[in-house]
Design a protein around this ligand. Structure first.
Ligand SMILES: [Zn+2]
Length: 495
């Protein structure tokens, strides 16, 4: 079981964790959801603001159509039902970075409902598990309180309202997850799906994907949920998992010692690996939701829905299955090649032209990604394109170059910052030797020096040829053409 080692198996046999997740995804629109201010990240504080997002009296919100289309596309990718009519509502609370004193969100009539994400089960269990998505709704982001990085920050907090009014899709799951590992998987799948739709960059460092986790435990067999706590704003999937492991353990300890769980919001301190209850004034208890009087109900009729659906790309799971089928690659290959949609697109374009797509997949993993990682480069910065990988794979496939030669050529590509075909040309289209005289001499020597192995081979143990091939490859420092070595040896040994 992939939960914290700190929780004893015995206690987990007695208690079952119940986890639900709320994920906020920033939609990649150029302008904010209710005004035309830019959503650009990293601009000087308070430069992308206007009377609307500052909440000045008399300013009226105007809904950004692109934000709606992005949210609908995400909802469709998550297999949600789109509600033709949804309602914006005011969520009232006081916080310094919320200039209006309320956030425009959606409450009892959200944009979309009843979706799902499939995850793999824990190790050792077969099949897949469906995690329900309760709802996906649109809302605006709040501003940001800055506690460091400016003069006087030891004594003061500053407010940056650039983020105020940036469009978000909030995606709320059902409490369907039963372990931190399942929560981790759900988040990984969710991010992958959203990335494929292209509606968000899901960049957690820049806050375009944020996660709150609800957790409770109950005695196994018990139907009612236990009292839950909410861990707010954890900024990596690994930390979500760790925070959940910590909370599960904390809940069980309290219950085992006869105590009661307090329903509250908590913050995770990644340095200490612990959660802490938030000061009660940071907890809003009653948001007093009511319909936003300045916005009409949002109507996404069937025609608009169909137009948006036409832009839905092939989704990760379907693509994974198809790529495995089409190119004869393994689930592991497909997983690596699909880390980003750009990589999957480039792989497919290259693989379609290649003699062996499987070899292209292997080279990407064994030769390309390692070199990129060593140099701290992203795929987009790779000197070797996937088309270049495919070209090199064909040369190995046809026996023109050896694996060792390929490695050397790749090293040159990275040194020179040039793609494979250019380096291959510049090096005078090198070919591995097809001259057998040197090989024959080596083979004769080997055969003379290893009579016992020769005898075994001739007595029918044909796999013994591997021993001789290995010796010759070693002697040639990997430069010999394995196919040729095989031919020469077979002839000698049979003779
Ligand atoms: Zn504005």
């Amino acid at each position: 079981m992939a939960t914290s080692s700190a929780i004893s198996e015995g206690l987990l046999a007695k208690y079952e964790p119940v986890i639900g997740l709320e994920v906020h995804v920033q939609l990649l629109t150029a302008s904010k959801i209710f005004c035309s201010c830019s959503t650009r990240f990293g601009d000087p504080p308070n430069t992308n603001v206007c009377p609307v997002c500052l909440g000045l009296p008399g300013a009226l919100p105007v809904l950004n159509r692109k934000a709606v289309e992005f949210a609908v596309l995400a909802a469709m990718a998550l297999e949600c039902r789109i509600n033709e009519v949804s309602i914006f509502a005011r969520k009232n609370y006081f916080y310094p970075d919320l200039p209006k004193g309320y956030q425009i969100s959606q409450y009892d009539k959200p944009l979309a409902e009843f979706g799902l994400i499939e995850i793999d089960l824990n190790e050792g269990e077969s099949g897949r598990k469906k995690i329900g998505i309760t709802r996906l709704h649109l809302e605006e982001d709040a501003g940001k309180s800055l506690h460091e990085g400016f003069a006087d920050s030891a004594h003061k907090t500053a407010i940056d309202l650039n983020r105020t009014g940036v469009p978000l899709a909030e995606i709320v799951s059902e409490p369907d997850m039963r372990s931190p590992e399942e929560a981790y998987q759900y988040l990984t799948r969710l991010k992958e799906i959203i990335l494929y739709t292209g509606v968000s960059d899901c960049n957690m460092e820049e806050g375009s994907l944020r996660c709150d986790a609800n957790i409770s435990v109950r005695r196994r067999g018990q139907k009612e949920f236990g009292v839950k706590t909410e861990v707010k704003n954890v900024n990596s999937f690994r930390f979500v998992k760790q925070a959940l492991e910590y909370e599960i353990e904390r809940h069980i300890e309290i219950l085992e010692s006869g105590g009661k769980i307090t329903q509250e919001s908590r913050l995770y301190n990644a340095h200490e690996g612990k959660t802490y209850g938030m000061r009660s004034k940071e907890q809003a208890h009653d948001y007093r939701y009511f319909p936003e009087p300045d916005l009409l109900p949002l109507v996404v009729d069937k025609k608009w829905q169909a137009a948006i659906r036409a832009g839905l790309p092939e989704l990760p799971e379907a693509r994974r299955q198809r790529m495995m089928r089409e190119y004869g690659i393994t689930a592991g290959d497909a997983h690596t090649l699909m880390l980003t949609r750009a990589m999957a697109d480039q792989f497919e374009a290259a693989a379609r032209e290649a003699k062996s797509p499987k070899r292209v997949a292997n080279l990407v993993q064994s030769e390309l990604l390692g070199r990129l990682k060593a140099q701290g480069l992203e795929l987009e910065q790779s000197p070797i394109s996937l088309a270049g990988v495919a070209a090199s794979a064909d040369l190995v496939e046809s026996g023109a170059i050896s694996g060792k030669m390929l490695k050397d050529l790749y090293d040159l590509c990275f040194e020179r910052g040039q793609d494979f075909p250019a380096v291959y040309e510049a090096e005078g289209r090198p070919e591995q030797s097809r001259d057998t005289s040197a090989l024959e001499k080596l083979a004769d020597e080997l055969i003379a020096a290893n009579p016992k192995q020769v005898e075994q081979y001739r007595a029918g143990k044909k796999t013994m040829i591997g021993f001789f091939v290995g010796q010759i490859m070693k002697a040639s420092k990997g430069q010999a053409n394995p196919q040729l070595v095989n031919e020469v040896l077979t002839k000698k040994l049979e003779g």
